[in-house]
Design a protein around this ligand. Structure first.
Ligand code: CA
Ligand code: CA
Length: 437
């Protein structure tokens, strides 16, 4: 009898630990991680994480244990705005969203559930990734009247296919531990090809495992690998980095270190330098640290994580190991917990002169802040020295007093100069255009 009770006690203790472990650490900065177990990831083809890749968490590294803040020392709170119904009509939409004078916002399509990153082909097909629904969409507007005629599903069953880009007629798509390719995609929208694996050399962690990917002007495919935690130091240098590889998957290497989780980047149209957003750590309070807009000027730079946040905030646990001065500071601090995801330089001509060369940022919005923030598109305008000079809201209104009906994820400059914005909560893509004053 005593033995049976002991076993019951053990089962209850372990279950409680599992529940506790799956609630807080599973929270990611820009959204909660998918509720999918590592076991189901392995079933989907991802290899289990080798022992050598174990994180150097305090429970495994006695030297760091004393610096670990206990759970009750975390600063901050969870406040995820309720999901409310999106505006149903064009009139309601224009009342809900605020834009600068002369601009207007329309729904481009509402047929893309869980819409994430976007890429537009030369012939005008808009490919859209997703997260938990595992699909890739192709939105076709045959006559270019900004009213899509058809939405195809060109891939499904992928694991968090957030990011995608086109190269020589093939659509490259991220899927957790791998990048796959759909060849000659535009001629096969009705009968899409089976994805071909380009590389499966990425970790299989679900936490920050979704990947925005893009080809750089140098022809390399850039693939970030997020930290598999809120805050941790991994021995494997692939974690918390931006990696890159050749289009055939060869020469995989780390391009930038110390990046917690970037879900959007672009190259400056004149300098060719890589600019990227990075989502700061959680549980340091409502107002710290700021999320970051960063600029990489060469390969091999370190952007601070997990030692230093937002250029000046030494991490309470890892900051003793390396000083903030050792790292590249952000080019611009964004708001705390705003969750800046997709970003693009404005290369169009439709918007007024002051927007030329500015950076638009899709802010997915906070969960770890008493007063929610983000849920908007912001704009960073550049000064004459090429450095960010201002940071302001551009489109706001997805967040209302009683909840949030949408969450911006990615932005894309259309060749006609308008700006497309994807929204994974409302399953929509919007078109922001300028009509003049
Ligand atoms: Ca059309
Ligand atoms: Ca940083």
């Amino acid at each position: 009898m005593i033995r049976v009770m002991r076993i019951w006690f053990y089962i209850i203790a372990v279950s409680s630990a599992v529940v506790a472990g799956s609630v807080l650490p599973a929270c990611s900065k820009d959204e909660k991680s998918n509720n999918v177990s590592e076991q189901s990831v392995r079933k989907a083809g991802a290899p289990p994480r080798p022992a050598s890749e174990a994180r150097t968490a305090p429970h495994q590294a006695p030297a760091a244990r004393s610096a670990k803040p206990a759970a009750d020392q975390r600063k901050g709170s969870v406040n995820q705005p309720d999901k409310i119904a999106p505006p149903a009509t064009a009139a309601e939409l224009s009342r809900a969203l605020t834009v600068p004078a002369g601009f207007q916002v329309e729904v481009f399509t509402d047929q893309v559930p869980n819409a994430r990153a976007m890429v537009l082909s030369q012939s005008g097909t808009l490919f859209v990734g997703s997260n938990r629904v595992g699909r890739v969409y192709a939105v076709v507007d045959q006559n270019g009247d900004h009213r899509p005629d058809r939405v195809h599903i060109v891939a499904e069953g992928l694991t968090m296919p957030v990011g995608l880009d086109l190269h020589k007629g093939a659509l490259y798509v991220s899927s957790l531990d791998r990048v796959v390719r759909l060849d000659n995609i535009e001629s096969r929208l009705d009968s899409p090809p089976k994805p071909v694996v380009v590389s499966d050399r990425f970790p299989g962690d679900m936490h920050h495992g979704w990947k925005f990917i893009r080809f750089g002007p140098d022809g390399w495919l850039y693939v970030p690998v997020g930290a598999p935690c809120n805050i941790c130091l991994m021995k494997d240098p692939r974690y918390a980095s931006i990696m890159r590889m050749r289009p055939d998957g060869s020469e995989l290497e780390v391009y930038a270190h110390g990046v917690r989780n970037t879900v959007g980047f672009d190259w400056h149209p004149d300098t060719g330098q890589l600019w990227f957003t990075d989502n700061g750590r959680d549980w340091l309070g409502d107002d710290a640290p700021s999320d970051e807009l960063n600029r990489a000027t060469e390969k091999g730079q370190h952007f601070g994580y997990p030692f230093c946040h937002a250029g000046t905030i030494s991490d309470p646990e890892y900051g003793v190991q390396r000083a903030c001065g050792e790292f590249v500071p952000p080019a611009r601090k964004l708001g705390p917990h705003v969750a800046g995801l997709g970003m693009r330089f404005y290369t169009g001509k439709q918007f007024p002169e002051s927007y030329r060369g500015a950076i638009f940022i899709a802010e997915h919005g906070s969960w770890n802040r008493a007063q929610p923030i983000g849920y908007r598109v912001t704009v960073v305008k550049m000064g004459p020295d090429g450095a960010p000079a201002s940071y302001q809201p551009f489109v706001e209104g997805w967040l209302q007093a009683n909840g949030a009906w949408g969450r911006p994820v990615d932005v894309l400059v259309h060749p006609d100069g308008s700006l497309l914005v994807s929204d994974d909560r409302a399953g929509r893509i919007y078109r922001v255009s300028y009509r003049g004053s």
